[in-house]
Design a protein around this ligand. Structure first.
Ligand code: EPZ
Length: 417
């Protein structure tokens, strides 16, 4: 079982080229199966979740290969509409294949995606929307049998909550459905915009992505294309939080500051100095680091839930008390116990966490609980006195491409054993 061993206290200094976005690469990989031809996805991060998506595509009959950071998908030979149980367990976000498989094959059989470390992950919004588009769904022993007896057709859909996954599934089902689809209260995340841009380059007719209302006019067929995946804004936030926590100066390249306004504003409130270019960020850690009175996670363009654990780790040593409110997921404070073991002063009450900054954290043996919680432990280990050992790092490998190499390149003392 692999683990990270970190000797804390080393300032970070240098330049990092930020990886492509996991949460864009996954829905775009699913979208590639809608195309009767070959798509080349550039700037793809090398992550276990991306490898899992390729296994699903291959299982469906597509030819999928990964060379460096390029994922090539030839969907011409697709022959199956079934996603086996083990894939749904391996990666919860496999649900994103539902809309695309329905769009291509007119049917789909897949297991109910289990809950995950963040709490139950319902898909009611996905299924309600797809039913309005003509999908018949029968659930039997945890398996969903989806068919489209009269074919997929457009619909007017209002999302009770701007769900990222539901918005993506509706887009994927709508682009080759008959007629118009309108999504109101759609998710506005940058990853939705990236997916819409990919689909448009494949011939889809979409408007409004990035606003709360998206319209799609179904077309008969999509063709493959070459597309560069957007930068990962949460990975970028992770490196900045590491520098904020341990001190130093970082320059990030291949990043999109415009996607990170809510995150950068928090770092500036913490007394960090930031200057941005079109695709770069120059970051000076604040000394001292200030606490943040209230930090509330919200749908985009609000502060992202995926950056909550990461900023909490940096706030552990800030001067003063920060109150963090997690409004998106039910159970997204699982990293708190590990941070407290390392000397942090954090109390949780329901969806709120109160962080009192302390002078110093100390190294400890901790276990990663989920993807971003594991990243929070990485950050805490970098600024803790002494040695930190993190196990269950497969959680971290789901979203970070060689994090130990990236951090070592800017001065951290971290190895993967
Ligand atoms: C996506 O998950 C991301 N995953 C998550 O990133 C991210 O945290 C989340 O969006 C919010 O930004 C991928 O893109 C692969 P949601 P998703 O549907 O689509 C509830 C990471 O760390 N909900 O916007 O599952 C749901 O329970 C991961 O990279 C319903 O109630 O997020 C949650 O409380 C973690 N019914 C809230 O909405 C539904 O049908 C947000 O979920 C769907 C969702």
């Amino acid at each position: 079982m692999q683990k990270f061993v970190i000797q804390g206290g080393r300032h970070l200094e240098g330049e990092i080229s930020v990886q492509g976005a996991k949460n864009s690469a996954l829905p775009i990989a699913a979208a590639a199966l809608l195309c009767d031809g070959t798509s080349c996805l550039e700037n793809c991060p090398r992550l276990s979740d991306v490898f899992a998506a390729c296994k699903i595509l291959t299982n469906l009959g597509c030819r999928c290969s990964i060379s460096g950071n390029i994922v090539t998908v030839d969907a011409h030979g697709m022959h199956s509409s079934e996603i086996p149980e083990q894939f749904m367990c391996e990666m919860r976000s496999s649900i994103i294949f539902l809309g695309a498989v329905l769009g291509r094959m007119g049917s789909c059989t897949l297991g109910y995606p289990g809950g995950c470390e963040l709490g139950p992950r319902p898909i009611n919004l996905h299924l309600q929307a797809l039913r309005r588009m003509g999908v018949k769904i029968r659930e039997e022993n945890g398996i969903l049998h989806c068919t489209t007896p009269v074919g997929l057709h457009g619909a007017r859909i209002h999302l009770q909550f701007p769900s990222v996954g539901a918005t993506e599934n509706i887009l994927l089902a709508a682009v080759t459905a008959k007629g118009e689809t309108t999504i109101s209260n759609a998710a506005r995340e940058p990853e939705i915009i990236d997916l819409a841009r990919f689909l448009r380059r494949c011939g889809a007719v979409i408007a409004g992505e990035g606003t709360g209302t998206i319209t799609v006019s179904g077309v008969a067929q999509l063709h493959g294309c070459t597309y560069p995946i957007m930068p990962d804004r949460i990975v970028a936030a992770t490196w900045l939080a590491a520098a904020a926590a341990v001190g130093g100066v970082l320059r990030l390249r291949h990043v999109c500051p415009a996607d990170m306004e809510s995150i950068l504003a928090v770092f500036e409130e913490m007394n960090c100095r930031i200057s941005t270019g079109e695709d770069s960020i120059c970051f000076h850690a604040g000394t001292p680091l200030y606490a943040v009175r209230t930090l509330k996670t919200m749908p985009y363009p609000g502060f992202p839930t995926d950056a909550q654990a990461i900023l909490m780790a940096a706030l552990c040593r800030a001067k003063g008390t920060s109150v963090i409110e997690e409004t998106i997921f039910e159970n997204r404070f699982r990293h708190v116990d590990a941070l407290v073991r390392m000397g942090a002063d954090i109390r949780t009450a329901g969806r709120a966490a109160i962080v009192n900054g302390v002078q110093e954290l100390h190294g400890a043996a901790v276990e990663a609980t989920d993807l971003r919680g594991g990243a929070a432990m990485l950050i805490a280990g970098l600024c803790a006195a002494g040695e930190t050992v993190i196990t269950e790092i497969h959680h971290i490998d789901r979203g970070y491409d060689s994090p130990e190499q990236v951090l070592r390149s800017v001065g951290a003392e971290i190895i993967r054993t």
